[in-house]
Design a protein around this ligand. Sequence first.
Ligand SMILES: Cc1ncc(COP(=O)(O)O)c(C=O)c1O
Length: 531
Amino acid sequence: MFFFSLLVLLFFSKKWLVCLSRANTQREKEREREKSFEEIDARVPQEHARTHAERMFVNNDANQRLCESLVSSSYVRQADEATKRQSKLFSQLLSNRKLPTDGWNEHTIESFLLELAQLDSNNFLDNCGVGEREGRVYSKLVKRRNFGLHHGIGRSGDVSADQPKAIGSSIIAKLANILVTDAMKISGLRSIDCTTTLLLPLCTGMSLCSVFNALGAHQRKEEQGERRNKIVWTRLDQKTCIKSIQASGYDVCVVEPKLEGDELVTNLQALENELSEEDKNKRIACVVSSTSCFAPRASDDVEAIAKLCRKYNVAHVINNAYGVQSRKLCGKIDAAMRKGRVDCVVQSLDKNFLVPVGGAIVCAAKGNGYLVDKVRTLYPGRASISSTLDVLITLLEMGKNGYERLLDEREANYDKLKVALQRTASKYGERILETPNNPISLGVTLTSSRNDLVTKFGSMLFTRRVSGARTVPMQETKKIGDVELRGYGASFSTYPTAYFTAAAAIGMNEKEIESFESQLEKTFKDFVKLL
Ligand SMILES: Cc1ncc(COP(=O)(O)O)c(C=O)c1O
């Protein structure tokens, strides 16, 4: 009996010991796990730790099995399916290299960016940086604002080269480039591709400067003899472009548009006169034309200019500042690329893609990327990822459908704005300026106004919280650098009337048009009392 009791006791104590040791191993494992999370917590910025832990489950079979030992396996499998759907979106983006058809939600975009951020060396768990630039950032707020992407993009020899310390950031830069190219193709710039498209962390003006400097460097290398020191500029009264020519060290040769009805169109004859004279031609670095502009100036006839540039062997740069939002303008540029000479087109990121100011796109037709390449290799130093990141996030959220919807809405808004302006103007004896070749901006006469009161009309609108309307009195003169422009504001020395403009830009909504109409009505009512 005693022997039997001893056996039973031994049996149970052994079982207990096994249980105990299993529990110990389990606890040890848990402790290990906790420790590893503590380590992660200590090393990864706090705000990233949660997402990092989440990410460990994504497509990780070992983790899935471990989770199934903690909670119901059917729930884990269901959750795993959901994360797989998300990771499929990532794979589709990487393999299709196009805008996703439908936009992603915010959480998916954030997960994607945080996953990519973990590929940058400043976020490696065991990284120890001993260089002078290790992507260290003091403020948690700044870290969060940048998703931990601190290293910037590019290398000092090429702004679009892979940054070895920041492969996640480099992937983001490549993807942004691909999506922007796709969006611009949807807008109608079909001749470009992502090898001839370059995002710059500079506004339109500074990007134009980079293009002119790159062109100078190219021409100095290609051509011996006298330096080409002049840029022919089809006049458009917005200071940026003319200043970018001057800031790059070139003289400006102004070709004024000609008046056709209400509209100011490219003076092709005057342009040809400049290009055809052999002596003059040798000094010309390029012609700069513009598409997006304030009414009553029309978009330049870029196709005809491109043909002239081809005929006279002169480079042609198009300032398409806010033209990507217009399929009509992009179609014209595409035709110019196919039928004549276009060396480079520059456009703003913020004005076309609804992101904060700070970036621009320089592009050219596929197979003609010599100038874009020169810009990317001449760019000194690395670049901020900020504007690139903003546009990538935005395009992922919009998707192809969202982007096309915005293009359609803008076109519809142009018609609505035109009707609203016509309706109000006619009540006060004014009228819309007929400018069929400007698909974005509209002008309304201020003929009954005293010229000295025209700008007052603009400030009255502004105090009524209408921003962006532009008033142009007659016969103002302005000097920009050493260039004097008569009739400044109108892009023409003697435009026959004062006027104001309003634009149907991408992202505008119908409510804004309604509210503008009612504020315009009140402004007119008060304004006529001043006359
Ligand atoms: C025709 C034109 N070019 C250039 C610019 C300036 O662009 P950024 O401020 O991006 O240099 C503008 C601004 O509206 C513009 O209208």
